[in-house]
Ligand binder design. Sequence first.
Ligand SMILES: Cc1cc2nc3c(=O)[nH]c(=O)nc-3n(C[C@H](O)[C@H](O)[C@H](O)COP(=O)(O)OP(=O)(O)OC[C@H]3O[C@@H](n4cnc5c(N)ncnc54)[C@H](O)[C@@H]3O)c2cc1C
Length: 485
Amino acid sequence: MPPSRTLMWFRVDLRVEDNTALAAAAVSSPGGVVGLYVISPEDWARFNAAPCKVEFVLRNLRELSRALAGLNIPLLIRTAPRPEHVARVVAEVAREHQCRSVHWNAEYEVWESRRDEQTRRALELDGVTAHAHHDQCILPPGLVKTQQGGWYTVFTPFKKAWLAMLKQTDGPRIAPTMRAQAPLGIASDPVPVAVPGFQSRVSPELWPAGEAEARRRLRVFCDARVRDYKTARDFPYLEGTSTLSPYLTSGVISPRVCLKAAIDALDGPIDSPKSGVATWISELVWREFYKNVTLAFPRVCMGRAFKPATDRIVWSDNEEHYAGWCEGRTGVPIVDAAMRCLAQTGWMHNRLRMIVAMFLAKDLFLDWRKGEAFFHKSLIDGDLAQNNGGWQWSAGTGTDSAPYFRIFNPYSQSEKFDPEGAFVRRWVPELRDVQGAAVHNPAELPALLRARLDYPEPIVDHALARERVLKAFQAIGAAAGVEAK
Ligand SMILES: Cc1cc2nc3c(=O)[nH]c(=O)nc-3n(C[C@H](O)[C@H](O)[C@H](O)COP(=O)(O)OP(=O)(O)OC[C@H]3O[C@@H](n4cnc5c(N)ncnc54)[C@H](O)[C@@H]3O)c2cc1C
């Protein structure tokens, strides 16, 4: 009998370097590794995947297939007509290629976990062993717990415990470099150029695919920008952040490799509040925190608020406001600039994500879930854990959330973080000729000048909206844990 083969099922880990499941599959497979990716368009539709993200995944799959070919690992592409067929598709491929075991990297969201359990059962019926590995995070979710064994629901103590655990585990541990296996004589499948229903309008040149590009971004950032991160990261018109989120979300680069590069660039203690590098590491820890929250509190994957009492809030149902927000025509320049940038690039700067999310939930008093869904179907880095975490933080319904009475004033945010109005003028051309600080709030211009602008009046009065949202949160009161401190 020929030595048994191993199947490596790729999902959100589209890389060869530091891929835990792939490395384990290679070590444990005398007969060689076969790669598999299952396209499941209904899953993408069900979870509102952005067309630009689907297109990015397909381009990265082509790069992955090329990289795997260099290791003599074929990449098979199969399509599951319906989400519930995924398990069967994986089991069929294992059978077809005489694979006795299947490896994958764990996903922590509710539906993905259920799908993996179904797949494990389908494989077991055929006598095939399934191996799930922790890979998405630097430290496996669930490893960092409170002294009482509970989950952290506040970021700062989580980060402290996380850093202590990192030291204890001598991390980050990076998988050894893969070596080529003997050819198996199995041809790779072509990767489709597009999947019907997901036509992207974002230029692929903005987000080149492949591990080499992700590593290049990391290198450039760590060489030139990470030390200034603490100050530069809040200004959307600067290239102050790494722009690695699409690559981290689709697993084109591992968070351990990112952390290692940051540690190599450290200019002080890893928890120094002053260091740019340490601040960037903190952001990687936020990513880990929200993955833990997803695993610990599955309700956040199912459209529920982390603070259940806040589900009693009766949000506004003003569809015109919602359309204005989605389309970048709210009459609030920084919000419109951010939303138009999202539509064209598939990405938005973190400061702007907070501003537009607060504006939707607090100023427009619309249900944060609507904003969350719109982000997910627009973002190239759409990730349930990070997106939900960011939205619930902004709306005041989540873990560690901004207290409900902290409400960003979008005009002063604009003045502070886009002081020259460069970002606003770039994305809202109607305001290109507005001089000085008026660009942040053209409604304050004299009526004659305002009339010459082809730009709407603000759809909401910030001061009145603030009163409305404060009253709503006060009405649900202490039960929600939202009392003013
Ligand atoms: C309302 C809202 C929605 C968001 N939705 C997403 C999302 O769908 N996908 C996503 O990856 N991030 C999301 N974020 C977090 C953050 O805005 C992005 O990760 C960041 O802007 C990506 O840019 P970057 O890669 O240049 O980040 P950098 O500043 O270079 O940070 C490095 C990495 O750390 C992680 N990170 C940074 N900031 C955060 C944060 N606040 N929370 C969690 N992780 C963070 C990301 O993986 C990021 O790539 C959201 C934030 C908010 C407020």
